[in-house]
Design a protein around this ligand. Structure first.
Ligand SMILES: Cc1cc2nc3c(=O)[nH]c(=O)nc-3n(C[C@H](O)[C@H](O)[C@H](O)COP(=O)(O)OP(=O)(O)OC[C@H]3O[C@@H](n4cnc5c(N)ncnc54)[C@H](O)[C@@H]3O)c2cc1C
Length: 460
């Protein structure tokens, strides 16, 4: 059978159900289509850079047989079916609203034209519709979702390994990744080339190195940005360069340990993010808790700009924002602190922060990013209470007590004594570093008074 294998968000050879099943007893046409017609949220700049490199790597693994197109999926698929006499189309099952409506359209089109088709879940351990409470409604709180719904439910699919053999259709490949226009113009991304090795092989190597080292102190160490306790696998996971099922079963084979269980639960948070977006798609643009809809954000351009550029005058915030700019990544604890600062102290709508992350993060993930922002803003489900305001001075002193992380991104602060590193304005000697963009205590009081009617206050 001549089978069209459509890649989307799972750019790997190993444990890829679409490729594995598509190539079983078939000759295949491997295709990637960049379709921006059918989605509201276009890829951000950093994602395009990652995607470009991930496709390059996948294409190499497929003997440079991939075809690349930019345009409307249905018309391209239709053309390919006719041109290559295709009998079957296989593709990824999707869980995000716009992708799901495109998938539906494709399925009804293929049905009408009498072409066989099959979709496979390549992205999640548990399909969101398969995890429901006893009364048939979705969970809203992480712990019962994960413990009862996921761990207490069906086992995730076992990983499939690599296809035994891949036979390609005979064709002249006159397409090129550059036709996708993913990386054009000013080469801002060249700074990332030396920092990231974007390949499936590297993803697995990072994971095995992590299993030999960082994971042993993961539960505690994951909060400290200068410790090497986090896997940094997120962009590889986002683009499906390593499958979560493969990770899951390798972890399951290890001896039970609280660190391993904690790491698995973080993968569970990713599942929960997709789950929430699946069941509550309005979360994409709206507060899940509607009582926040009338909140009056200050939305000062000047303050927003200082945050984006890492010039707020609060070292842990600025270090995080510069890490993002220089590396396309940011440590999880720091994501929480900078997001809290933007929303609660600068009074800027979480959607603006989410959009900035979406553009700059290499791991920008539709579900995890929105869920992460709504969690910090306190507007989501099972979210941090609105009045949990991360104090950037205390957070910096606690989680970067030797200043290693802060000074890596703000070397201009090296002359400051460590005890004043997170409050450089108290240092008598003048240095070339911005004054604080806000009075922290005052901004916290304003936030508290604005929200006192909505929630109760806790400070960490
Ligand atoms: C405001 C905000 C925005 C975020 N935006 C994104 C995003 O766009 N893309 C993204 O992948 N993650 C996002 N996260 C979640 C988390 O910060 C990153 O997944 C994590 O920092 C990636 O680093 P790591 O691979 O070293 O994680 P590890 O600690 O090694 O965790 C392993 C994997 O588990 C998953 N994971 C871990 N923590 C979370 C979490 N809280 N939510 C969802 N998945 C998680 C990731 O796939 C990660 O690679 C966001 C968090 C916040 C607070």
């Amino acid at each position: 059978m001549k089978t069209l294998v459509l890649f989307k968000n799972n750019l790997r050879i190993n444990d890829n159900p679409v490729l594995y099943n598509g190539s079983k007893n078939n000759t295949i046409l491997p295709v990637f289509i960049l379709d921006e017609h059918n989605i509201k949220k276009k890829l951000g700049s950093a994602s395009k850079y990652w995607l470009y490199n991930a496709l390059k790597s996948l294409n190499q693994s497929l003997n440079n047989k991939m075809l690349f197109f930019r345009g409307e999926t249905l018309s391209i698929v239709d053309e390919l079916i006719k041109k290559y006499d295709i009998n079957k189309v296989v593709f990824e099952e999707t869980f995000i609203k716009d992708d799901m409506s495109l998938q539906k359209k494709m399925e009804s089109f293929l049905k009408k034209t009498n072409i066989k088709y099959h979709s496979y879940n390549c992205t999640l351990l548990w399909e969101p519709y398969s995890v429901l409470k006893n009364d048939g409604t979705p969970y809203k709180v992480f712990t019962p979702f994960y413990k009862r719904g996921c761990l207490g439910g069906k086992e995730p699919e076992l990983p499939l390994g690599r296809p035994k053999e891949i036979k390609y259709l005979e064709y002249d490949n006159n397409t090129n990744i550059s036709d996708l226009n993913l990386v054009t113009g000013y080469k801002w991304y060249s700074k990332l080339d030396d920092q990231w090795d974007i390949s499936e092989k590297k993803a697995f190597k990072i994971f095995t190195n992590f299993l030999n080292d960082g994971i042993f102190d993961y539960k505690k160490g994951r909060d400290y940005p200068s410790k090497n306790c986090n896997s940094k696998l997120s962009p590889y996971i986002r683009f499906g360069m390593i499958s979560v099922n493969r990770l899951w079963y390798i972890l399951n084979d290890l001896k039970f340990d609280k660190n391993i269980e904690h790491f698995k639960s973080e993968i569970g948070w990713r599942e929960f993010s997709y789950y929430l977006l699946y069941h509550y798609p309005k979360m994409e643009y709206k507060n899940l808790q509607t009582k926040f809809d009338n909140f009056e954000w200050e939305n000062s351009n000047e303050k927003f700009d200082s945050w984006k550029k890492g010039k707020t005058g609060f070292p842990i915030i600025d270090a995080g924002m510069r890490e993002l700019w220089q590396t396309g990544f940011m440590h999880n604890r720091i994501r929480m602190v900078v997001a809290s600062f933007l929303v609660k102290n600068l009074s800027i709508d979480w959607r603006l922060g989410e959009a900035w992350f979406w553009d700059c993060l290499l791991d920008a993930d539709y579900a995890s990013n929105i869920a992460g922002w709504q969690w910090v803003a306190g507007t989501g489900s099972d979210a941090a209470p609105y009045f949990r305001i991360f104090n950037p001075i205390l957070q910096g002193e606690k989680f970067d007590s030797n200043g290693e992380y802060t000074l890596k991104y703000l070397p201009e602060l090296k002359p400051i004594p460590l005890k004043l590193l997170q409050k450089p304005w108290e240092n008598l000697e003048k240095i070339n570093y911005p004054d604080p963009v806000i009075d922290y205590k005052l901004s916290r009081e304003i936030a508290l008074s604005k929200y006192s009617a909505i929630k109760t206050y806790t400070e960490k």
